[in-house]
Every structure is written in structure tokens, then in C-alpha cells.
Design a protein around this ligand. Sequence first.
Ligand code: HEM
Length: 531
Amino acid sequence: MTDRKERQREGYRAADPAEGPLTTDQGVAVDHTDDSLTVGERGPTLLEDFHFREKLMHFDHERIPERVVHARGAGAYGYFEPYESCAEFTRAAFLQDPSVRTPVFVRFSTVAGPRGSADTVRDVRGFATKFYTSEGNYDLVGNNMPVFFIQDGIKFPDFVHAVKPEPQNEIPTGSSAHDTLWDFVSLQPETLHMMMWLMSDRAIPRSYRMMQGFGVHTFRFVDARGHGTLVKFHWKPKLGVHSLVWDEAQECQGRDPDFNRRDLWQSIEAGEFPEYELGAQLIPEEDEFGFDFDLLDATKIVPEEQVPVRPLGRMVLDRNPDNFFAETEQVAFHTANVVPGIDFTDDPLLQARNFSYLDTQLIRLGGPNFAQLPVNQPVAPVRTNQRDGYHQTAIHTGTSYSPNSLGGGCPAIAGADGYAFSHYPERLDGAKLRKRGESFKDFYSQAAMFWNSMSDWERQHIVDAFRFELGKVGAVQVRERTVEQLTHIDQGLATAVAEGIGVATPAVANTEHKPLASPALSLTNLHGDGS
Ligand code: HEM
């Protein structure tokens, strides 16, 4: 079936090589491409050889910077369809009508390794979805784990510098086993909940078709009346969640570094289309402060016992890209690509992301016009007053300013008529501070909750992972400090790790974990049965 995005892509396909001879970039047919133009058969190459110079020039510039994180990935096209209208919570057009399919492009990725690293490393996986909706592009830029390492985006450069290879020798390239990461972790206990996920089997998914996705932050739905509902997004794979075990993962790295990419590509080619259910935890705004953690803290989950996940619709990935570079490499996701009916919260990590993606893409994709690239282009009409810049491919006509009494090109302003995006009028009042409140200070309760929810063999895998990763750390004080941090989660975990890596078993930390709160939430408004 061809959807709107597919029809749009048709217009961008390069000329069919079977239909004519090799040409230069200027369309001039080439008589010969194997020998450069020289003086005699052994003479120097002539500057006059425009085909030779153009061919080399283009080759010399084939590379662009890889993504500063999530450099290695695999992508696919598909569609999303809602199960029923979500008008009760959001006016987003793509969540209204079950008979309307919205085209999507998804990119799965590892985070730490470079473009050429192996797939099956212990790492977080990116799960980024671009919905080409009738009201413009909506990007849900998520991961396969529901929490993140840090609470505030100002720490992201520090965190990534600690995660990335050691600066002096660029080792390791694709794993988390080195001193700087663990140094950062042991000094920043807000990382610990995510580190528990990272040491678990969730960090070595069997397949991109078999992993969950999470929006991580609390976002906001806005309905047609302008009423907001807080929302956490979840993707659930139809095939269930499956992981490799560590020995398998390591063997795969050697035998087939493209293990996850190949699996995605081959399953789509075989017609075994990956499918995921989009779900949402919906929280009435009046319940924002009814939890024992802060909903703006991305190191916390909202337990499903407290707020169940409501299924919204399904996504099917049914087409591989035609060109990895043009599509999977040049796709530009951005958390601030939202549509009417979906808005932000003040989560300080999300606020930082809303700056960072556009900023990095400006240089990664060579100037301000990357939204015109086929994979990034909305199917909704684009009418802006933005002009010129590197790689401008649109031929604009008329004027490009507003207000404008002369007409001749400037589009009308939609105004707040219910069709345009209007920012949610959240009421705010406060002093300017570089300070996070007490509601962000419990680093251990949810890490302990994660540990307590594990079966014995899952715990063993976590202990083994800590021993493997932390055991490679040279700095003894970093090993000791990390193990000391683990005592705040569980003494048995800390002792088991300590014994495996040759540090002293630490004394029991005196940490009181908060019990799972069961606040008097008004969830019945949202879920009917209050389940
Ligand atoms: C990619 C920044 C946190 C998910 C990126 C990129 C940057 C970035 C600069 C490269 C984008 C590009 O070159 O196109 C940040 C910052 C963060 C942050 C500053 C925190 C303040 C997160 C979180 C998630 C996430 C919490 C998940 C919820 C992703 C994904 C990609 C990505 C999936 C890859 C997108 C793709 O496939 O092209 N991030 N990130 N990031 N980030 Fe983040």
C-alpha cells in the first residue's frame, strides 16, 4: 500500500541507472571512467579532466559527522493507527480516527558506540519514531528503558564524556566497562536506578522487534478545550520482550556485529513485520503532586500498579529504507517536534533536549535546511518565511516577512483558532535558581524496587554484569565507592558484587526506602474502573 510519505519519496528517487549511460553531476554522458586523462600513456594527470576531479571531489566529501550519541542505528518505515479516538485527552489529529493510518519512520540505535561498532553491546537502545501526521511531524524520541541516567540536561555533556571512550586511547568503543563511567556513577547517585537497568538483561535485547520503548519524560496531552493531562508513553512489542544472555551477546559481536540490524532488515524483507503497541499512562494534572517522587524527574518510573498503561494504537514497520545514508543517517529527530494536542512539561532533562537536537543537527546535517531532506520532510504542507541557507532546495516565490501588506508570498497567520499549535498556558511563578528541590533527592528507592522485582536468575545476571563491568575498573577507590552506593539499594547485591571484584564487603548503609506510595489519585476519571 502506498501512503502519503511513500508517494512523496517517489519524487526524490535518483534516475534509474538501467535507463541510460553514466553521466557527470551535470548530466553529461561519460565515455570512460577507469583511466584519468593523462599526457600519453604514462604522463601526469591533466587538470582539464573534469570528470576525474568531480568524481574525487565528491568522494572526498562523502562523510558527515556521526551523531554525537546514538551514532549506530537501523531504520524502517511503517504506519501507526489508533485503536479508538483519544479526543478525551488530546486533539492530536493522528490519535483521533482508527481508520486513518499515519506514516512513520523509526530509528533504533545503540548510544555509546561509533557508527561502526557492534550491535550486541551492553547499552541503552534508542527507539525514535517520526509520525508524519496531517498536522506536521511529531517525534517521539525514546529509549528502550523507562528512566534516564541524569535529572538535568546540564549534566549531559559530563555524562556522555564519562560514557564515551577514554580520551587518550579511545578504548573502549562500544561498551560501558571503563573507569570514567563508573567514577561518574559513583559520584552521581541519581544514575543508579538507570544503572540497574543497564546491568540487567534489558541492555542486551535479542532483537529490535523484541524490546519496549519509552518516552521517559512526563509529557502533556491537551484536548480541544485546552485541558491538559500528564502522560508517559510506552511502546510494547507484539513479540514480547526478549534478551540475549551475556555469553550469546559476546559471541554475536564476533560472529555478526550487525546482529540486530540484520534481524530488523531480514524480518521486514520476509514480511514478518515488527509491530508495537503504543500505550500511555495518563495522570490528571490535579494528581501531579500525589506521588512520592517528582513527575519531572526522569530517573523515576510511574509504577504501573499505580497508573496502568492504556493502549492507544499500534505501529507496524513494513518497509526497509532504500538508502541507508539518505534516510537512516540523515533522519533528524527532535523532542520539540510536537503537534497540536501534545506539549511539554518542565522536566529539566526534556527542556535541555528541546535545545540540543536542533542545535546538533544544524552542524551534523550541514546547515538549516535539513527539514527539506526527503526523510525529514512532513507530508503536511510547509509554508514558512525561512529562506536561503546551505542546501536550499525549495524555490520560494514572493516576499518572506510578516506582517506584510504587500502580499505576494507571505502566508496568513492561523492564529489560535484550534488548528494551529498554541503553547499550553501553564501558570508559573518562582525565583531564578540553580537548585533542585527535595522531590528530586531520593536516588535509591526505585533502584531497590527494580532489584526487588527481579527473579533469582535475573539477579544473578545483574550481579555478573556488575562484576564484569566494575571488575575492569582500575581505580580501586571507584570500585569501592560504587559498591558503597550499592549498599543503599541492597546489601546482598553490594556484598555479591564486592566479593566478585576483590574489594572489601561494605557495611550496611542506613537507607530507608520509601514504600510504594498509593496516593488518593483521581484515576477513576481516566480509567473508568480505577484499576
Ligand atoms: C540522539 C542529546 C537525552 C534519546 C541524541 C543526539 C543528541 C542528543 C545531541 C544526536 C541527535 C542527532 O545528531 O540527530 C540529548 C541530550 C539529552 C538526551 C542533551 C539530555 C539532556 C535523551 C533521552 C533519551 C534520548 C532521555 C530517551 C528518552 C535519543 C535517541 C537519539 C538521541 C533515541 C537517536 C535519534 C536517532 O535515531 O537519530 N540525543 N539526549 N536522549 N537521543 Fe538524546
